[in-house]
Every structure is written in structure tokens, then in C-alpha cells.
Write a protein that binds this ligand. Structure first.
Ligand code: ADP
Length: 334
């Protein structure tokens, strides 16, 4: 009994564990180890450990983290234990602190600066100048509100506290509502919706769906040039039956293939000449992906930086409301 419990603990450990025989062949690996190497825990058995871990090394870098390799031997087996080195965690933490403090300080400094100018020179400013300064204060306050909302969404995602209220919604009319807000922020961009006639409703949480679309459209405009075209295609998915596909296509700076896996991580801002000029906390796509997956959907991205303006297309697949099990459940509950 005790032995069974022990294996269970190792299996579910949040660190990678590997057991190899005298021949350096893998006898057993826990779930964490297999997911780290994107492999199957059965297929891995019998393979050489050196297909995964370098010989005579104390550390190994996998997916942005450095792991310390600890080895124990007994009479029959060697046990390997891979744990994330603290300095990496510290780096994640310090990235978080520097992103958030930068994102807080920049708008606060600007709000205070413009308020100070108005207070000290009120009599000398004309109506247009006052209006301009008040608009900047409003924009910067919106930026702060967006950051706080994003941070709250992230903490809710982490403690699994987001509440989803599912209902059948028309994706086109929701996107039109979101576009009204976005067009205001990016008046020089050309937004267009191309919607198939037969498109089904989706089963989703209305607010969360809007949050997803705001983030994707905001990025599409933010990482495009002045007057860039952003097109939203809505159709029933050709790849996945009973799913609706929503594509957001831009012709902006694009994303390098090597950065593709990072963009959905928390606080990940990828350097490009527009990220330097634009505002962001690196939380948008992390939230988008989490919300989509929690609603039973998927997100895909195609992007290129080869040609100028080759741009990016983010595709969201969400379940159609009439066919999903969730919709059946909603109807049964009524
Ligand atoms: P933020 O925009 O706040 O930096 P996101 O999580 O929304 O954070 O995006 C992460 C990174 O992905 C961005 O810093 C940017 O480099 C890249 N990115 C996201 N959307 C696009 C897009 N449409 N075109 C080019 N790059 C993008």
C-alpha cells in the first residue's frame, strides 16, 4: 500500500522524475517529465536517457527554464530528478515586477504631469489645449484600468475562479459591439467584418467573448502600421465540425517563428519595433488562450516576418451552440 502511494506521489509531482536501469535505459518517467519532452510515458520506456538528458551535465535548458539535474543511485536503478533552478523563478518574478511597475509608472507619470501643467498654467491655456490634456489623462486612466482588469483576470484564471455564464450568442453582433470601442481607439485603421451567411451562433460567455475579441483586435491594430487593414472572418469551421471559426487578420509586423510559443505566456512581450513604441503588459494573449480553452475552444496563429506587412492571423475556434454537449446541458437545466 505504502509503495503504491509513493508511486502515485511521484507520478503527480510538479517536478520531473525519471528511473533508468544499469544500461541507461528508461524504466519509468512521471507525467511531468513526459510533458516536458512532449512525449508519451509508455513510448519512452526502453529509450536511452541520453536521448533526453545530456551526459555529465548538472543542468539542462528546456522551454525557457533551466533545470538542475539531481541523480541518486541504488543497487538496481538510477533516479533522476529535474527541478527548476530558483534563479529562473526569480527572473520570472523580476520580469513581472518590472513589467507591472513600468506599466503603472508610465501612465501615472503622464497623468500627474498633465494635471500639474493644467493646475499651474490654467489661465494661460486655451480650450483646445485643455481638451487635449484631458483626453491624454482619460487615455492614460483607461490604460491603467485595462492593466488592473488584466491582472484581475490572470489571478482569477490562476485560482480557477472565473465564472462562465454560457448562452447562445451571435458572434458577428458581439464583434460589431467590440469594434465600436476599438475603432475609437484606432481611428486611422481600416476594420472590416466578413461573415458567412450560414454562420451558427456560439455557446460562450458574452463578457469573456468580448474580452477575447478586444485583446485580439487591439493587438491587430497595435502591431500594424498607420492605416493598416484588419479583417475579421467569421464562418463555420471547415476543419472542426460544429465549431465556429473567427479569424483576425492583420498586415502588421508579424511574429518570428521562434517566438511563436512564447506569445501565450504570462508577461511575455516580444521585442519588435512596435512593442517598443506601444503599451502592453504581455498578459493579453495569456488571458485570451485561457478563456478560449475554458470555453471548450482552441486558438491558432499563423504569422510571418519575411515580407514587410505579411502580418498575422489569429484563428479562434469556439463550439457552436446548437450541437455541443454544453448547450444540451444548458437546455436541460432550463
Ligand atoms: P502585449 O500586447 O501587452 O505585449 P500580448 O500577450 O497581447 O501582450 O501579446 C504578447 C506579444 O505577442 C506582444 O508583445 C507582441 O510582440 C506579440 N503579438 C501579439 N499579437 C500580435 C500581432 N497581431 N502581430 C504581431 N505581434 C503580436
Amino acid at each position: 500500500m505504502a509503495e503504491v502511494d509513493f508511486k502515485n506521489i511521484l507520478e503527480n509531482l510538479d517536478q520531473a522524475v525519471l528511473v533508468v536501469n544499469y544500461d541507461n535505459r528508461i524504466v519509468w518517467a512521471n507525467r511531468y517529465f513526459c510533458s516536458l519532452f512532449n512525449t508519451n510515458c509508455e513510448i519512452i520506456k526502453g529509450k536511452s536517457i541520453y536521448d533526453f538528458i545530456p551526459e555529465n551535465k548538472d543542468t539542462i535548458a528546456i522551454k525557457d527554464y533551466t533545470y538542475k539535474i539531481t541523480k541518486f543511485d541504488d543497487e538496481y536503478f538510477s533516479y533522476f530528478y529535474l527541478s527548476i533552478i530558483d534563479t529562473q523563478m526569480e527572473k520570472v518574478y523580476s520580469d513581472f515586477v518590472s513589467t507591472v511597475s513600468h506599466e503603472l509608472r508610465t501612465p501615472l507619470t503622464s497623468i500627474r504631469g498633465f494635471a500639474d501643467t493644467m493646475l499651474s498654467s490654467f489661465d494661460r491655456l486655451d480650450k483646445n489645449q485643455i481638451q487635449k490634456f484631458l483626453n491624454i489623462i482619460k487615455e492614460q486612466s483607461n490604460r491603467l484600468i485595462k492593466l488592473v482588469e488584466n491582472l484581475l483576470s490572470v489571478s482569477k484564471i490562476q485560482v480557477e475562479q472565473s465564472n462562465f455564464v454560457y448562452k447562445s450568442i451571435n458572434p458577428k453582433s458581439q464583434i460589431e459591439k467590440v469594434l465600436d470601442v476599438i475603432k475609437n481607439q484606432y481611428p486611422s485603421h481600416a476594420f472590416e467584418i466578413k461573415c458567412a451567411q450560414d454562420v451558427q451562433n456560439i455557446l460562450a460567455d458574452e463578457n469573456k467573448f468580448q474580452q477575447i475579441m478586444i485583446n485580439l483586435l487591439d493587438n491587430a491594430a497595435k502591431y500594424s502600421y498607420e492605416r493598416g487593414a484588419v479583417t475579421i472572418y467569421i464562418s463555420n469551421s471547415a476543419q472542426k465540425e460544429n465549431f465556429v471559426s473567427i479569424k483576425v487578420e492583420d498586415h502588421g509586423v508579424g511574429i518570428n517563428p521562434e517566438n511563436m510559443s512564447k506569445i501565450f505566456e504570462k508577461f511575455a512581450r516580444i521585442e519588435n519595433h512596435l512593442t517598443r513604441k506601444t503599451q502592453g503588459s504581455g498578459l493579453g494573449l495569456y488571458i485570451v488562450k485561457n478563456l478560449i480553452e475554458k470555453m471548450g475552444g482552441q486558438i491558432f496563429v499563423e504569422s510571418s516576418t519575411v515580407l514587410p506587412n505579411s502580418g498575422s492571423t489569429f484563428e479562434v475556434l469556439l463550439p457552436a451552440s446548437s450541437y455541443t454537449n454544453q448547450s444540451k446541458k444548458v437546455l436541460e437545466d432550463k
